[in-house]
Design a protein around this ligand. Structure first.
Ligand code: COA
Length: 149
């Protein structure tokens, strides 16, 4: 699946159902439909979708606040894992943001995501005890973007 045939586009409110159905499968604490609807109303919102042959195969939600990029979530859809769709989305939003630093939080039990973010240059910079209320800590991860990507 060469990069050039996966397009990264702005997601629209028409995509909410597709994003939500994937969300239910992919995330332990999935966003509700209302969470998605509310996110589209945020002034700093940035919802991107990855599209392969007219089908959505991943998405990312981020917000730019001053010179900081905050990644809220990123995923590749079932059947499309490990094909660099996650990395493509991540690098696209980082480049587009022109931010100096990127922050995110991930559960310590999400080993796939930890490996994914480390591979993409993030380092662990903090820990929040039992952040999700399920006994697992949240790890704060950071990537310095000030020297360019
Ligand atoms: C984490 C996630 C976004 C990765 O997306 P992806 O498109 O599969 O990732 P990529 O193909 O770009 O992988 C890049 C690197 O991440 C790491 N990685 C990705 N999936 C992995 C897995 N299942 N096990 C271990 N490492 C993994 C690898 O280092 C990989 O590089 P490699 O394939 O050359 O070894 C995807 O697994 C996902 O959607 N997970 C569910 C949602 C989620 O937890 N999102 C992250 C928290 S918001």
């Amino acid at each position: 699946m060469p990069d050039e045939i996966i397009k990264i586009e702005n997601a629209s409110e028409d995509d909410i159902d597709t994003l939500y159905q994937a969300e239910l499968i992919l995330f332990k604490n999935p966003w509700t439909l209302k969470n998605f609807e509310d996110e589209f109303k945020q002034p700093e919102k940035n919802l991107k979708k990855a599209v392969f042959k007219s089908r959505i195969c991943g998405f990312a939600v981020s917000r730019k606040i001053l010179d900081e990029l905050h990644i809220l979530k990123i995923c590749s859809f079932p059947g499309y894992e490990r094909k660099k769709i996650g990395s493509l989305l991540l690098n696209f939003i980082i480049k587009e943001s022109k931010a100096n630093i990127c922050f995110l939080e991930v559960s310590e039990e999400n080993l796939k995501a930890l490996s994914f973010y480390k591979k993409n240059g993030f380092i662990i910079t903090g820990r929040r005890k039992n952040y999700y209320g399920d006994g697992f800590d949240a790890l704060n991860m950071t990537k310095d973007l000030s020297g360019g990507t």
